[in-house]
Ligand binder design. Sequence first.
Ligand code: ADP
Ligand code: MG
Length: 620
Amino acid sequence: MAYLELNVLDNAPKPIVGIDLGTTNSMAALFVDGRPQVLRPEGNSGYVPSAIWFGENGRLLVGQEARHQAAADPGHVLFSVKRFMGRGLADVGSELENVPFPAKPGENGGVRFTIRGKEWSPEQLSALILKKVQWMASQALGGKPVERAVITVPAYFDDTQRQATRDAARLAGIEAVRIVNEPTAACLAYGLDQKKQGTVAVYDLGGGTFDVSILAIEDGVFRVLSTNGDTHLGGDDFDRELVQLALEDLALPPALAQDRTLRQSLRLSAERCKIALSKDPSAELQLIAPDRGLDWRRQIARTEFEARIAPWIERTLACCRRALADAGLETRQIDEVVLVGGSTRVPAVRAAVERLFGRRPHTELNPDEVVALGAAVQGHVLAGGTRDILLLDVTPLSLGLETMGGAVAKVIQRNSPIPCQATEGFTTYADNQTGLDLHIVQGERELAKDCRTLGRFQLRGIPALPAGMARIAVRFALDADGVLAVTAKEESTGVSAHIEIQPMNGLTDGEVESMLKSSYDNAVADFDARRVADLKVELGIMLRAIEKNLPGFKAELDPETLADIQDARRAAEAARAGDPKASEIQKVRDALERASLPLSALMMDRVAKDALSGKKLGDF
Ligand code: ADP
Ligand code: MG
């Protein structure tokens, strides 16, 4: 029997992907299942390094494979073609130093490279990268063709540069449905267009470029107020610092130090070391070339690396100050700070930005993916997608832990975009306490009993230590599917316990709303109740300290002081047991503090004397 072939009708609208066409890395993302996601084929990061290798007989490699060729055949690899897009030979001058191919002016004022006997325009070269990104995206989508895209460009790109980007897309067989500014895309990824109005600083530190943009949001529309930056500042400079450090240490003979292959493998080792230092306090830098008799390794401390890169970071901050001045704004007038670019994974960079703006920057999304994600959001909207689900997922209610006395320590704040994570430090309340009950709650109220219980678990095996000495880190991680993983770990022994819960299980929008409303309605009463709870805990701690230390100092205190202390203790015990108002319990606490001042003074004297005689504080 013969089978008839049927054409499968595909009525699904063609997707509009978002493409970040970067100087160092490019990638595509698509809005699926209610959120933008980077398109990664099985077993691949989806990142396409913006590198092209030209082999003999017209052979070409693009992306990761081309980058790998750089060590073996640096004379035929082209990086950073974005720097030449839409620019004339006269404008690019020193950029050409890093290109191993001759360049000449093209007929339309652009640059032409002669590579293995063939002429190439920057648009044609960028098209090769876009083709690779398109191929990756299509692979990730199970072979579905990718023909339409929103493509991002730096905010400072002029019309010619934008047109060149469109042309590159056309050459790659992609319709550039829209060209979007990179900082705007980053804001879209964070859902900042949902704000009625506000100001945003987007700090973008990539591989070889730094851009800062100050944007204004007005009714969901972004306006660029100012841009600043440095087209030759980025992660490559951090790598170079490590290369320099290695060369100083190695003291190679000049011929070897200039060797391109050695230098390239040292560069790669430097980058690996740098990336490891973003999460570890120290990492190995190495140069191993058995054929040259080289086997050099050194452990680099994060602090040493940070000292080296501090001047570069300082330069980015100077750009930020200029951008602010141009926008006529002060740091405190910036409502949101967004970090973009792989190099903002360096903790010292994050800390510096946070210090400058006096607020915590957005880092919940991968900084090297956020531009592509935002472009995908824009693509989704242009494809007719609904606007209301486009909001990046946030946790609608705060997540926290019950602390001693029944108050709540919020670990993840309401409205944090997910995925997100946060860690809080806790300690023990009693001497020799070896177990801890962890009560995880959700809600905005100040007391645990008024919030929703999500789960409870216990941490056992805490070493017996005086109260307040144990260090317990509790980490909350809320993943993109809304699963909350809580891990409690005692730092000195490493004992830990873990639980996973689904916070939004069974909660309807209406319930979330009513939980929020109840927190507003009860704000004042809650505040008072929380103070009472906190003050009771504090009283407990003070009473225990007095109880523990009074016997040892009794002989040195006059009877009047002793009587005062006893009175204040009794009042404090009563307040703890009873149901006083916050103001009353505050009075009792202050009285206890006053009465026990002479005792505290004696204790401090003893500590100081013992410290001078060599006894450490920890010996108490
Ligand atoms: P671009 O926007 O220039 O295309 P990216 O945003 O992809 O570049 O950033 C690339 C840079 O980020 C490279 O210098 C790379 O070494 C650096 N980088 C990537 N991951 C990390 C990390 N974990 N720590 C420090 N730097 C990183
Ligand atoms: Mg970038």
